[in-house]
Design a protein around this ligand. Structure first.
Ligand code: GLU
Length: 548
């Protein structure tokens, strides 16, 4: 068979050669050891935590090594394309501090290795498919859906592995004349890889791949005649990945573990093309602990926290999300953070070897804990700006709380400068709720008075409190007055006295001050009452007690 002639028959319009593309996309001129990574999302408009997790690995590998991180749009599956998706990807990732050096942008491509959108690269893939056909390493396959169905039925009956390979690959050994006749008859066809592999039982060997996260992977070689170009001339993921990552000079391919099963196909494709493979880094699935206590995959349907929008909408600070991602990405990050509490996060040396290769457990409670620590280090001014930007975008109904900046700054800093600082602030929606009692329109009574205080005592406590209230009292003068009210009404001045002799008192001073706290803030727990009153100012304090 004259494969050259076959290649010309199939690709008459492809006039560029692989050498032309090799020359167009030369090796990158980068320092020794620099890594080139890419994110290859499908533009579905849904950008999830897994994308961010992977992007983070890409970004660190590239930027820690003075390399390049680029964005490639993998839109060969055009059913999934959503208008504006590129913008969504870039903006969401930028918010979390992930910046691309190169690739697709809202205003077109940046960089010398484009086009960075797969659907624009048809002739490139076809050129390389033509090369494979011309070397007898790929062939046109005219099997219809129906015929493939029949083959599958035969395979099921014979308990053979399903797929198009070996004896089942009906068009694999067609002559030039057979192909020409089918093409002249207008029959649609795909291009398949002509695999040299064999099933294990027929003597197939095993392939070994060094994965940067998982170490040595050993798996059965590919033996499927995998489709590389669909009937439309558009490549499959497998072929596009191999061609693009070669031509764009990617050194490290970071992708989800769902691609592990097709790795042998990629190994064979790289080998048939005569190219070196990139270093693969197959990341673990993000898992969560389900209600039944078992680990399960995060699901788009069940887990709103899978979407990156969730974090923006809730108002998580990007620094907290980054800090959290590093704790699940690298097992030694927490230790490093303990030794370097104030160091900028980028000083941590991220490595793929320290990544987990069994499901990475994602835990919102842990994110919240980390967020508390991270927010504590962010100055109130910066926090103010962050909250305002969040409110402008996601929660304009809170716009009014930003009008009195000095007031809000004091509120945000409440208890944060103490020796043992309070860690009340987690994310924007929670913060707004936490501080809502400072604003009359958001103030509501949420908790009940303590059971130790009979209902008839409540108005008495509150009116006595107001009678003796002096806004200029210092903290100890103020508390002495509460003690006096407590004693006068039959409550112990000290909790420990009440504990010792509960029969002698109705309750203790803490119960009395809780009544005050609830009237003032609507809740039984809060930062220091005296300080809150100082921030609120006398007028607001008195208005809260008026008429109670
Ligand atoms: N387009 C593929 C996906 O969305 C990317 C896989 C890869 O990074 O190679 O899963």
């Amino acid at each position: 068979m004259d494969y050259m002639k076959l290649a010309e028959l199939l690709f008459p319009n492809i006039d560029k050669t692989p050498e032309d593309y090799e020359a167009m996309y030369p090796q990158r001129d980068l320092p020794e050891g620099a890594r080139v990574t890419r994110l290859g999302p499908s533009p579905t408009g849904f950008i999830h935590l897994g994308n961010l997790y992977g992007a983070f690995v890409d970004e660190r590998l590239a930027h820690q090594s003075d390399g390049v991180f680029y964005l490639r749009i993998e839109d060969t599956d055009d059913k999934r394309y959503v208008e504006g998706a590129v913008e969504i990807i870039i903006n969401s990732l930028r918010f979390f501090g992930i910046q691309f050096d190169e690739g697709a942008t809202m205003d077109g491509d940046v960089g010398a290795y484009g086009d960075y959108t797969q659907s624009h690269r048809g002739p490139i893939y076809q050129c390389y498919a033509k090369k494979l056909v011309s070397e007898g390493k790929a062939y046109p396959c005219f099997l219809t859906e129906e015929e493939i169905g029949e083959i599958r039925a035969r395979q099921e009956a014979a308990k053979a592995t399903p797929g198009i390979y070996g004896e089942f690959a009906a068009c694999r050994d067609w002559s030039y004349e057979q192909v020409k006749e089918a093409i002249d008859a207008g029959k649609p066809y795909v291009i398949r890889l002509k695999s040299d592999g064999k099933p294990a039982e027929a003597g197939g060997v095993r392939v070994k791949v060094e994965d940067a996260i998982r170490g040595t992977l050993e798996m059965p070689e590919n033996f499927m005649d995998t489709v590389i170009l669909k009937t439309t001339g558009i490549p499959t993921y497998h072929f596009a990945h191999v061609v693009d990552d070669h031509l764009m000079r990617t050194t490290h391919v970071v992708r989800g573990e769902e691609w592990l099963s097709s790795l042998p196909t990629h190994v064979e494709l790289f080998s048939k093309m005569g190219w070196d493979m990139p270093v693969y880094c197959h990341t673990a699935q993000l898992m969560k602990l389900g209600e039944d206590g078992n680990k399960r995959k995060l699901s788009k349907r069940k887990d709103p926290e899978l979407s990156l929008d969730y974090y923006r909408n809730q108002g998580y600070h990007p620094a907290a999300v980054r800090e959290y991602l590093l704790t699940i990405l690298n097992s030694d990050f927490e230790e490093w953070r303990m030794a370097n509490p104030d160091a900028p996060i980028d000083e941590f040396r991220f490595t793929t070897e320290k990544m987990s290769n069994s499901g990475a457990l994602f835990d919102l409670n842990k994110l919240n804990d980390i967020s508390k620590d991270v927010l504590l280090k962010i100055p109130a001014e910066e926090l103010y700006d962050f909250l305002k930007a969040w409110s402008d975008e996601f929660a304009p109904e809170y716009g009014h709380i930003f009008e009195d900046k000095a007031y809000l700054l004091q509120i945000l800093d409440l208890g944060r400068q103490d020796k043992k600082p309070r860690k009340d602030l987690i994310y924007a929606r929670q913060i707004v709720d936490f501080i809502s009692y400072f604003f009359d329109d958001m103030f509501t009574i949420q908790d009940e008075n303590p059971a130790e205080v009979p209902a008839e005592d409540v108005p008495v406590i509150l009116s006595k409190y107001m009678e003796t209230y002096d806004h200029s009292d210092d903290q100890s003068q103020w508390f002495d007055k509460i003690r006096a009210i407590a004693t006068e009404l039959g409550y112990a001045a000290k909790p420990k006295d009440y504990k010792k002799h509960p029969e002698e008192y109705k309750g203790h001073v803490g119960h009395v001050s809780t009544v005050i706290r609830i009237a003032l803030m609507g809740r039984a727990q809060s930062p220091d009452v005296w300080t809150i009153q100082q921030i609120m100012g006398e007028e607001k304090v008195r208005s809260r007690f008026a008429g109670k």
